[in-house]
Ligand binder design. Structure first.
Ligand SMILES: [Zn+2]
Length: 421
């Protein structure tokens, strides 16, 4: 078995006209910004991202959807429903990380459009108008940010934040916006929805292995974790590695190591979904023959439940303080970032479970550890997310792969969900 995207796509089994269309469209989008190693490079606000948006907009127009673009470059295609005063919204993003795959983002846009296409073919009108959305620059590779389009859409970006934006070529947000025919004023008031959103749905590849381990094609996201960052500084005393006896040391790194090696137990003690990671650490003074006098590290801790997230933050701080009890080393703890988790309404989950059962699928729940555009919309409107099985959990990598038949199942279940909402 080869690892090349095109060979894997050629080997796919396709059981329906809908699957064949999903397959063809994923392939067509993959041509835009495809790299030498068959990965994807479609940076936010690049010509490639724009070309991919235009391609999808063309498909939207083929089935009579009305297409508009807002000041943040987000594209909306509207399929008229029986009641046009509210909207069902579904979509994702179509940008990728610099050496990404062909499913992260694109899968959510193409499946959302497939639902409208199937309705169009059947002459079906949903209860509310249905908008398929492509949010700009979700990955944030352009400015080192993230969720740029969806946050602009929800009015969550401040002038202060966007003033700091510089892309790898040193371009400002104003330079980038003028290249897409927009400006700061239109960007800041991307206006948000022109009708209240009844519910926003996003299909996304899982980017983990739970569905593969359970041998299930699709799962229901139970909540989106909010990330927190805590700076922890252990302070001891630097000294000569040769002449300071073991009994007289104030080694900050030894304490930091104890803290890190026992941190997993702290997370496990909070909830099944809680996670805590130290991925960055700075040891001072940093000499091979010097006892570490100071260690700065950052704990990234997440949970999908707000109360559990608060308990996790507290537990991390307490754990750090417990470490230095009766020790000559001291510790300082500073919470620098807290993004609140986005819950999924239990009623929405139970409606989704019914759709799974009607489509002969086992409704399994999965937490989302990563951020998605649904987080932005979820600050104000109800959301639901489906994860689709990722082969070996690989993502943000050219080897990322999801079977088309599994994507097709997500279409069936989400279509059923909207039809019965
Ligand atoms: Zn994504």
């Amino acid at each position: 078995m080869t690892n090349d995207f095109l060979d894997k796509m050629a080997a796919e089994t396709l059981d329906s006209a809908s699957s064949r269309r999903l397959h063809a469209r994923i392939l067509e989008i993959s041509e835009i910004g495809r790299t030498e190693n068959q990965g994807s490079k479609r940076m936010g606000y690049s010509e490639d991202e724009l070309a991919a948006k235009n391609k999808v907009a063309g498909w939207m127009k083929e089935i009579g959807m009305r297409v508009r673009t807002d000041g943040a470059g987000n594209v909306f295609g509207r399929y008229e429903g029986k009641d046009d005063s509210r909207v069902f919204m579904a979509g994702s993003h179509i940008d990728s990380v610099p050496d990404g795959g062909h499913f992260d983002g694109a899968a959510g846009v193409i499946t959302a459009l497939e639902i409208a296409t199937l309705w169009h073919e059947a002459g079906y009108r949903p209860k509310y108008s249905y908008e398929v959305v492509i949010f700009s620059d979700e990955e944030g590779s352009r400015f080192g940010s993230g969720l740029t389009g969806s946050r602009a859409f929800m009015g969550m970006l401040t002038e202060e934040e966007i003033n700091k934006y510089r892309d790898p070529d040193g371009q400002t947000i104003d330079d980038v916006l003028s290249a897409i025919g927009s400006d700061r004023e239109q960007f800041m008031k991307a206006e948000g929805p022109d009708h209240p959103i009844e519910i926003y749905a996003e299909v996304h590849i899982e980017q983990a292995k739970q569905l593969e381990q359970k041998d299930l094609p699709v799962g229901i996201v139970s909540g989106i974790a909010g990330a927190t960052r805590t700076n922890v500084t252990f302070r001891g005393e630097a000294g000569h590695a040769g002449s300071t006896p073991m009994t007289e040391r104030k080694d900050a790194l030894v304490k930091a190591s104890e803290f890190i090696s026992t941190l997993p137990e702290v997370a496990k003690g909070i909830s099944q979904e809680a996670v805590a990671t130290v991925g960055k650490m700075d040891v001072k003074p940093g000499g091979v023959n010097v006892i570490p006098g100071e260690v700065n590290l950052v704990v990234d801790a997440r949970d999908i439940d707000e109360d559990n997230q608060a308990r996790l933050i507290e537990a991390v701080a307490r754990h750090a303080e417990d470490m230095v009890k009766d020790s000559p080393v001291s510790v300082e703890v500073d919470l620098t970032t807290r993004v609140l988790p986005i819950p999924v309404d239990p009623e929405v989950i139970s409606k989704m479970e019914e759709s799974f059962k009607r489509q002969d699928l086992l409704p399994v729940h999965l937490p989302s550890g990563a951020g998605h555009d649904a987080m932005s919309i979820g600050t104000e409107f109800p959301i639901t997310m489906l994860f689709v099985k990722s082969i070996r959990g690989i993502s943000h990598n050219p080897e990322e792969f999801t079977h088309i038949e599994d994507l097709s199942k997500s279409v069936q279940v989400l279509k059923d969900f909207f039809e019965n909402y």
